[in-house]
Ligand binder design. Structure first.
Ligand SMILES: Nc1ncnc2c1ncn2[C@@H]1O[C@H](COP(=O)(O)OP(=O)(O)OP(=O)(O)O)[C@@H](O)[C@H]1O
Length: 251
């Protein structure tokens, strides 16, 4: 379980309060998306969860322990693919297992499982430069999964791909998550994406960064394309959108 308790982040050099007072509990295997305007502190929250940055007030905990740095329990996937260009898909997915000292045969087996799960089996021996943006991001997801973290932290992972690929990646990610449940914290600018993926959508506002609304998405999984057109989905999207939009006009 992830627990943010009155988390505050002040960048002292800039005398800037990036996060005012953020409290949030995320249950195991929950899929939470975070939306909000640019500068509201989404990446700051992610960095704190990843252990790459630390709160200046309050506490960030995983399973009751204060986050003190990066750890194998948390896999991070960023917008930039961050694959090793000289390694094949298989070797990229195996990389974390190799550094963890997992024996070769087991490495192979695990990598194959996740490469298959993200639909890249036919490209296991391909180099990243020969893959499309969407395929690279699926490879990054397989690589994050392979080391078996209980939490996946995803910061705008589909921001750099075209709209159609993005929809496919969302479906692919949900398929993967349904088969291999993990706690997912997923940052996006895209309200549609936020609602389509999540159990809960967290809406943030800026100056200072804070949570203004948490919307429960009570639509069943698997989520389908038809669902995107349903009145229930539209109502949720409108609610999230107005929570994001109205703060902008007020500010
Ligand atoms: N190291 C830093 N020093 C000073 N200010 C910072 C630092 N890092 C971030 N900030 C500021 O904190 C605020 C929150 O930044 P953050 O990157 O978390 O926002 P965000 O919601 O992820 O934005 P975007 O959607 O544009 O990526 C911004 O106003 C940013 O300028």
């Amino acid at each position: 379980m992830i627990k943010l308790q009155h988390v505050r982040k002040v960048f002292a050099d800039a005398n800037f309060t990036a996060l005012g007072d953020v409290s949030l509990d995320i249950s195991d295997n929950e899929f939470v998306t975070v939306v909000g305007p640019s500068g509201c502190g989404k990446t700051t929250v992610m960095n704190i969860l990843a252990g790459l940055d630390f709160p200046t007030g309050g506490q960030a905990l995983v399973d009751g322990e204060t986050i003190s740095g990066p750890g194998p329990d948390r896999g991070v996937i960023f917008q930039q693919y961050a694959l090793f260009p000289w390694l094949t898909v298989r070797k990229n997915v195996e990389f974390g297992l190799r550094t963890a000292g997992v024996p070769r045969a087991e490495r192979r087996r695990t990598a194959e499982h996740f490469i298959d799960l993200v639909g890249l089996s036919d490209f296991a021996d391909a180099l990243p430069r020969t893959l499309s943006g969407g395929m690279k991001q699926r490879c990054a997801i397989a690589r994050a999964y392979a080391v078996n973290p209980s939490i996946l932290l995803m910061d705008e992972p589909f921001g750099a791909v075209d709209a159609l690929t993005r929809v496919r990646l969302q479906e692919q990610l949900l398929r993967t998550w349904s088969q291999e449940k993990r706690t997912v914290v997923f940052i996006t600018h895209d309200v549609d994406e936020a609602v389509f993926l999540a159990n809960r959508v967290v809406v943030m506002a800026a100056r200072p960064g804070r949570i203004v609304e948490v919307v429960d998405v009570d639509l069943p999984y698997p989520r389908t394309e038809e669902m995107r057109l349903s009145p229930a989905f539209t109502a949720l999207r409108n609610r999230v959108w107005s929570a994001v939009y109205h703060q902008e006009t007020v500010a």
